[in-house]
Design a protein. Structure first.
Length: 118
């Protein structure tokens, strides 16, 4: 069972922000911004590429409500999903990083300078 499935099932602790029958939002253990929350489906889906459009249709308003609950809706936020190895995905359970609470820089979303094909 993956670590996020363990969090869903309560086998690992998490600092929850919101949940419903299908989705869960909890604070990232290693925050990269004043607010850094992960939003996941309770159902194990490996990555965005494997995600049904129907699930995204339900997940979108949930993420929007989480952003509002965190007070990020007016000033803005960044929503990221890392997909697969090149995308830097470490936990292979779909998750969206919801980052905010400050003006975010945009300098880490580039190709790795050590990569050979850039
Ligand atoms: P990825 O690199 O897969 O897009 O992001 C995985 C994220 O999960 C990282 O930001 C990491 O800090 C977070 N993370 C990993 N393990 C745990 C955990 O056990 N609890 C929480 N709350 N976050 C975790
Ligand atoms: Zn899982």
């Amino acid at each position: 069972m993956c670590i996020f499935c363990k969090i869903v099932k309560g086998k690992l602790p998490s600092n929850k922000v919101a949940e419903n029958d299908s989705f869960l939002a909890f604070h990232d253990i290693n925050p990269q911004a004043p607010i850094h929350v992960l939003v996941i489906p309770k159902l194990h889906v490996e990555c965005f590429q494997d995600t049904a459009g129907e699930m995204m249709a339900e997940m979108t308003p949930f993420i929007q409500k989480v952003a509002t609950k965190l007070g990020l809706d007016s000033n803005g936020y960044r929503l990221i999903t890392n997909n697969g190895d090149d995308g830097g995905q470490e936990v292979k359970h779909l998750h969206f990083h919801l980052l905010g609470g400050t003006k975010l820089k945009w300098d880490r979303m580039v190709a790795d300078p050590k990569a050979e094909n850039i």
